[in-house]
Design a protein around this ligand. Structure first.
Ligand code: ATP
Ligand code: MG
Ligand code: MG
Ligand code: MG
Length: 564
């Protein structure tokens, strides 16, 4: 590829509104251009990088036995009503109407559509397990789009969904996908950590997130310095207290509330519209049916609303601090990772009044008489966390490190959450109907591009990991338009690259050397060969790796040895 035939739109200035380095460099290098808040155009150069990431993801999904399909981005409301998420998902779901006033949404994720496919096409356990994936633009009306394509409103995701006739098969595929994810991030040259995650209000059982380590990351993760223990901060805190606190699903079995078996049930029963703001929801019951609801949110917590439900509106007795503490375990005063936490303790058995017991992170910050429909944004924030660097690791091995991370992947064992709601069943080997078990597996393909830059850059620009580089080699001929010898050598090297399948960008623009060097460095091309009259006279060129501090003279004939 010749620069003169490509589109290079670099900028010297640092864009004012870009807060983090990847956003700044993506704009300066001309990889993306902003269309509107959270909406971007991928320029030819950026798209090359995106496609590289996509290819690695696709290869590993295929190797893991997943089958690619393509679903419509536009999804009918009926399916979302069936799963209950038309109501639950909140304003992040971008809803549209067609000319007949029928409701649709632009897919933020595809559990409903894929479950609909599978319930129609699959009837026997013999057709399972099945793992289907697509790589497609997703739309989420993020409350605060920021950091460029890192948190965009339209972004490229790989989403996979697996289907099983039993839990053991789901666990097998989950392990295969866990490994495939690690392989993907290794191939892409990223420093990452898989961490245990809370499946929270999404329901389901086991869940892991994959985080690229970076100080600009929006999430915090905790991991042991001397074992494999790693969890996102919400999960780490839950485990922190696990010796004292029953797991939600077990505990709920003891509640006197009929029909409430899962966190999702309880949310539904209490009519909590947690929307996208709640990070973690822990529900527990101690002896005597005392239920504690702990909602953990971040700065957006003030949008949490729970409407009064007969269950809560009926008279409830105010819990004492002692009861609150015993219901939540010793950790009542130590919840809430990044902001205000709210705990509600409701004594269903006594059913006394509509007020809740509500607390932030420290004993002095408990409020009495809080109602769900009151504006809780006025409550002061407690920016404390219960897990700190140096804490003993919950597995007893080593101490915890806390680092910032960027969530680039997320895998879930969903169980029967969607298949039950949407009646997706197969016949098992005894001819009985069984509800299909599901897993879902997401990768933020476009977010990976920004994450890679967060980890790989210097003051001159991007330094692409090899697997992601738009071009492997930059050929920079000096004075090409005046020197026939340089032009000839550059053309020959360029042709040789094409022949050998080396992705090359020859900067044949009529620009000063300084401009060309600066651009090639900003673009992050891993290898550079400079061809000039002086060295060429001795049959040599200058080679410099993007991370090298200096160039070295090499024989023209050996120039490509560095690249392959
Ligand atoms: P986040 O916590 O960052 O909002 P999420 O947990 O809502 O992400 P998932 O539903 O798990 O996201 O989606 C799978 C993957 O899609 C995420 O791990 C992330 O890499 C990517 N992703 C999610 N939202 C965005 C976004 N707004 N822009 C770019 N990538 C995103
Ligand atoms: Mg999100
Ligand atoms: Mg997340
Ligand atoms: Mg996630």
């Amino acid at each position: 590829m010749r620069s003169s035939e490509f589109l290079i739109t670099t900028h010297k200035e640092t864009p004012a509104d870009a807060e983090i380095i990847s956003h700044r460099l993506m704009l300066r290098a001309g990889l993306i251009r902003k269309l509107s808040s959270g909406l971007y155009t991928w320029m030819p150069l950026g798209l090359k990088v995106l496609r590289k990431v996509e290819r690695v993801v696709r290869e590993e999904m295929d190797a893991a036995g997943a089958l690619e399909l393509a679903m419509s981005m536009v999804q009918p409301a009926e399916l979302w009503q069936e799963s209950g998420r038309w109501e639950q998902y909140g304003p992040e779901l971008l809803r549209i109407q067609d000319r007949h006033n029928r409701d649709f949404c632009l897919g933020p994720t595809h559990e409903e559509v894929i479950t609909d496919i599978v319930r129609n096409e699959i009837s026997s356990y013999k057709q399972l397990p099945l793992n289907l994936y697509q790589i497609q633009n997703k739309v989420r009306d993020e409350i605060r789009p920021r950091f460029g394509i890192m948190r965009a409103r339209e972004f490229l995701m790989k989403d996979a969904y697996s289907f099983h006739s039993d839990q053991a098969s789901l666990e097998d595929t989950y392990q295969i996908m866990h490994r495939a994810y690690s392989t993907i991030f290794e191939r892409l040259g990223l420093d990452f950590r898989p961490v245990m995650a809370d499946s929270g209000s999404i329901g389901g059982n086991t869940s892991h997130e994959f985080h690229v380590l970076a100080d600009s990351g929006e999430d915090a993760i905790a991991f042991s310095d001397s074992s494999d223990y790693a969890a996102n901060i919400e999960r780490a805190e839950t485990l922190d207290q696990s010796d004292q606190r029953p797991q939600a699903s077990i505990a709920l079995g003891k509640t006197p509330t009929p029909g409430v078996k899962t966190i999702a049930d309880l949310c539904a029963a209490l009519n909590i519209q947690a929307q996208h703001t709640v990070k973690t929801l822990i529900v527990e019951a101690a002896e005597g049916g005392l239920v504690a609801l702990v909602l953990r949110g971040d700065h957006e917590l003030n949008t949490i609303k729970a409407e009064k439900h007969p269950l809560v509106a009926s008279p409830l007795r105010m819990a004492t601090e002692e009861e609150a503490t015993s219901a939540c375990g010793a950790g009542f005063g130590s919840i809430g990772p990044v902001g205000l936490s709210i705990a509600i303790v409701a004594d269903y058995a006594a059913a006394a009044c509509a007020d809740f017991y509500c607390g932030a992170n420290s004993p002095e910050e408990h409020y009495e008489g809080a109602n769900w429909d009151r504006d809780i944004s006025s409550y002061e924030r407690a920016d404390l966390r219960s897990v700190v660097t140096g804490d003993p690791s919950p597995d007893g091995q080593g101490t915890l490190q806390i680092r910032r991370g960027i969530e680039v992947g997320h895998i879930f064992q969903l169980g029967t959450k969607y298949s039950e709601a949407m009646n997706a069943k197969v016949l098992d080997e005894n001819g009985r109907n069984v509800t299909i078990s599901m897993g879902c597996y997401g990768i933020g393909v476009s977010r990976i591009v920004a994450s890679a830059i967060e980890q790989n850059h210097d003051e001159r620009g991007i330094i692409w990991p090899g697997a992601m580089a738009p071009f492997q080699l930059a050929i920079v001929p000096l004075n090409m338009h005046k020197s026939a010898a340089v032009a000839e050598a550059a053309e020959a090297l360029h042709a040789q690259c094409l022949e050998q399948g080396i992705e090359v960008l020859m900067d044949d623009r009529n620009e000063r050397p300084g401009v060309k060097f600066a651009d090639m460095e900003l673009l992050g091309i891993p290898h550079r060969v400079v061809i000039g009259d002086r060295s060429l006279a001795e049959g040599e060129v200058e080679y410099q790796g993007r991370r090298d501090s200096e160039a070295q003279r090499v024989a023209l004939a050996d120039a490509l040895n560095f690249v392959t």
